[in-house]
Design a protein around this ligand. Sequence first.
Ligand SMILES: [Zn+2]
Length: 603
Amino acid sequence: MLFTQTLIPTLREVPADAVIASHRLMFRSGMLRKLANGLFAYLPLGLRSFRKVEAIVREEMNGVGALEIKPTVVVPGELWKESGRWETMGDAMLKVKNRLGGDFVVSPTAEEAVTSLVRDALASYRQLPLTIYQINTKYRDEIRPRYGVMRSREFSMKDAYSYHADEASLDETYQAMAAAYRRIFKRCGLSVIPVRADSGAMGGSDSEEFMVESAIGDNTLILCRDCDYAANVEKASCKPEAAPQPQASPVPALEPIHTPGVKTIEQLCAFLKTDAHTFIKTLIYRARNVALDLSGAPGASGLAKRKSAAEAPEVYPEAFFAAAIRGDLEVNEVKLAAVLKASEISLATDDEVERLTAAPLGFAGPVGLTTIPLVADLTVAALQDGITGALAGDTHYVHVVYGRDFVPWLTADIRTVVSGDRCARCGGELYEKKGNELGHIFKLGYKYTRSMQVSYLDESGQTCIPLMGTYGIGIDRTLASVIEEHHDDEGIIWPMSVAPYQAIIIPITYAGPVKALAHTLAADLEQSRIEVLLDDRNERPGVKFKDADLMGIPYRVVVGEKNLARDVPAVEVKRRGETAVRLVEVSKAEAELSRLVHRELDC
Ligand SMILES: [Zn+2]
């Protein structure tokens, strides 16, 4: 391909809103242009790499037996009303009306659309397992799209959905997908961190996120320095506190102390000249749609219940809870919501706290709390001699003992893990990293197949509901992440597998024998299926070199008069990202480049 015959508008200046390398370099190298906030157009150079990522994903999906389909991007709102997500998706879902007033959705994801197709086509157990995928446009109306295609409104995703007769079959496909995802990211030259969410009792893992490290990542990861433990902070756990050691002398009896005007942990530390480790902090939460059985729990007898459409037979639309945790730690609201089986939780208002604790703000505590159920973190159970609010103004208790002075309704792991905590698996030190999610695989169970009434007949003619799994990869985000991982100050350094071109030929002067040889070499390389860009512009060599570095094309071949005039005519060959320049005989250039390119493609 001749440079002047394609469209590669390289830029020297950096767009003002481009704060990360991939955004800057995709613009500057002419891969991408912005149409509107969060909406980007790939130009020819960008689309070449985009298609290569797609091709790798497609190959690996086909390799595990997934079947590609091409549904529409605009789907009927009815499907979303069936699954219940018409309301719950919120404003991120772009809803539109057609001229007849019908509701439609610009797909943000496709569980509904694909499940409705499977519902119509699935009849017999002989068709299972069935895995279907698409690589298609998605739209999410992000409030603040940022970082170029890393967080855009319109993007391309590979999403796959699998259907199964039993757990073993779901697990088999899930494991095959987990392996395929590892191959996809490796082939793209990406170092991903697989983050598993352990399902606990079952032993297997129900979901796995594939993260790349990123300073602008919207996930916080907790990693172990000594083993491969990796978890999203929302779900991370750590080594539980050691059980209390038997004391040489028993802890003295509970004792109220006068603490005038002392409301915060900091004030209490200063007042009692001790540190936050010895305090029990008590927070009051409002929870919605609680599916946990609260019969017998403090204050729960008067709570309203209602039938739930979901799996649980009954839920409490609203309930309040107290959460107790060691004073130096934070409650992890995702974990707490999971313990309560609640759809959402939030801190109670000041008025609610004062009403439920019958005390001024700042004096909540677990001792004598009978109005609402108390959930204590494991760290509270491990505390031997604690200090806490006494449910009365200007009063705290000292010598508080878990189990003696109060018995929580539940004791569970509800703390937020932080750097420095110890790994639950190996005892190693845990640390934090920011990450971006590129892919996610997830066992859905019956969530959509039940609500959307998908069924098949088993061997004995019984009607059964299939189990389902879902598997996504963001194509644009994967491409941008390759650039994040492979670049320097001058530009992109493409891995061969996703490079837009594999070689660029730069004639020093585009005339005479130099021009002629550049064309011959380009034609020969194309014959050997090497993708070549020939820079035929009337620019100074320096400009062409700068653009070649910016575009990141792996091999640069410079054709110049001086080297052609040698006894053995030669060209200069340089790998982007390396400093060494090699002279290669003209007669061997095609074979040598072909060897170099294929060597990298094969590994
Ligand atoms: Zn570890």
